[in-house]
Design a protein around this ligand. Structure first.
Ligand code: 5AD
Ligand code: SF4
Length: 452
């Protein structure tokens, strides 16, 4: 009864939480399997950011739970944002769940699982569903273990939990609670350990990373705690590349902008959510910046780091978004020339401040606006990728590509995916690759042979 399969929905934060749970379980003697059908325990780590994400996970959980009729020993749990958001109400539609574990309780999964397994082995009645959703002081410090099966070339590191912003559309403050930062030393230690095990690239994760520890730690030499953290990570031997996600325009100051010139390991890539190009809508979203301010930050970053790759998040169809509002989003989106973007159709979330506004923009209009942005993105991204043909890019080789014998996948510092013929011994190395072909999403090239 010790084979566990974890399926993850949603953001990178969730991926990281799932990895930490997997590592904790492995430490207790469980094995982590890649195939659901091989598992005795199935855990779904869920997302609530849009209704659709929740429906997907509920559908999946229902499907898995129905297998219990044939295999009563199968253990099924739901963790993460949707567990937190819906809590025990999930049992109305999913009465067979064994576990419902909230976003501050991931580290309790091993203990809960042990209890369920003990009762299945006849040492007690099968317990009622274990529902564990309380807030827990210090839970941000529990997401610090990694799976150590061979070197993890790139790794996520969770530096904080929760969010204190008040975006009117967003359920995250409800599912993840208020901001809580980990101490700098603990994060540095974790990254040092990763580096010692072969990690070359880290992505620092938080809901709003540039807010990292603003209340806990002082500004030193006009540098925010987040900048202090970046400086420390930049000094760690073995780490070659640093990324982070996501920052917020509020508090994106000169100290952080200058890091792009100062810290050689900080990659020329920034994920910077715009959400809308209309000030009126930004205000309704309770995003406390104007599009002009957003663009000034980007201009300034581009001055310091010409050619930086920038991606964003945009929501179309927020309540009250008119043709004129969308036209502004379209124009700014095109002008800025994002290299990548996550485009979302607005979804009403219960308990948010925008909930009472309803969902007045028809779904066809949302689809149409979404498609317009997809087309612009495709055009800009392809132009940017094609401009790299003939040039040599530094690629961190991450592992075999999904398709193609002898093909490997890696990324440039700008986070562009590169497919290249290579060999297993080169995995984990930074390699010069001459780019020969480009599509919207990928680059293809050849290793530039180096003198040995
Ligand atoms: N509807 C649509 N998209 C949303 N996002 C957050 N909440 C919603 C919602 N209610 C998007 C935002 C955020 C990203 C993670 O998800 O763009 O940056
Ligand atoms: Fe991540 Fe937000 Fe989805 Fe939670 S609700 S999983 S924080 S995207």
């Amino acid at each position: 009864m010790n084979r566990v399969f974890i399926k993850t929905y949603g953001c990178q934060m969730n991926e990281r939480d799932s990895e930490a749970v997997a590592a904790m379980l492995r430490g207790k003697g469980y094995s982590i399997v890649d195939q659901e059908m091989d598992a005795d325990v199935i855990l779904l780590n869920t997302c609530s950011v849009r209704e659709q994400a929740e429906q997907k996970a509920i559908g999946k959980a229902g499907h898995i739970a129905s297998r219990k009729r044939k295999n009563p020993n199968l253990i099924v749990g739901v963790m993460g944002c949707m567990a937190q958001n819906r809590g025990a109400d999930l049992l109305d539609s999913l009465p067979d769940l064994d576990l419902i574990v909230g976003t501050q309780k991931f580290h309790r999964v091993p203990e809960h699982l042990e209890n369920v397994i003990a009762s299945l082995k006849g040492q007690g009645p099968r317990p009622d569903t274990i529902v564990d959703l309380e807030a827990e002081d210090g839970s941000q410090n529990t997401i610090d273990t990694h799976l150590e099966d061979g070197p993890q070339i790139t790794a996520f590191v969770s530096i904080m939990q929760g969010c204190n912003m008040n975006c009117s559309y967003c359920i995250v403050p409800k599912t993840r609670g208020p901001e809580r930062a980990r101490p700098i030393e603990a994060i540095v230690e974790e990254v040092e350990q990763l580096a010692a095990n072969g990690t070359r690239e880290v992505t620092l994760l938080g809901q709003i990373v540039n807010q990292y520890a603003v209340r806990e730690f002082p500004v030193v030499d006009r540098k925010s705690p987040f900048v202090q953290l970046l400086e420390r990570i930049n000094e760690i031997d073995g780490i070659e590349r640093i990324r982070f996600t996501s920052p917020h325009p509020v508090g994106f100051r000169e100290d952080l902008i200058e890091c792009y010139a100062r810290l050689p390991k900080l990659c020329e890539y920034l994920h910077f959510p715009m959400q809308s190009g209309s000030d009126r809508i930004l205000k309704a979203m309770r995003r406390p910046y104007t599009v002009e301010r957003f663009r000034r930050i980007i201009d300034r970053i581009r001055e310091v780091c010409p050619g930086i790759y920038i991606s964003t998040d945009v929501i179309v169809g927020f309540p009250g978004e008119t043709e004129e509002d969308f036209e502004l989003t379209r124009q700014h989106f095109d002008d800025i020339g994002f290299d990548m973007a996550y485009l979302f159709k607005y979804s009403v979330r219960p308990g948010t401040t925008a909930e009472p506004l309803g969902d007045p923009v028809p779904v066809e209009v949302k689809e149409e606006r979404n498609q317009i942005l997809i087309d612009i993105l495709g055009k800009n991204s392809l132009t940017r990728n094609e401009s790299l043909i003939g040039s040599v890019e530094e690629v961190l080789l991450e592992g075999p590509a999904r398709r193609g014998e002898g093909m490997y996948v890696g990324r440039t510092r700008g986070y562009r995916k590169v497919i290249v013929p290579a060999s297993p011994r080169l995995v984990g190395q930074l390699l010069p690759v001459r780019i020969e072909k480009a599509t919207i999403s990928s680059l293809f090239g050849q290793l530039v042979l180096q003198e040995e």
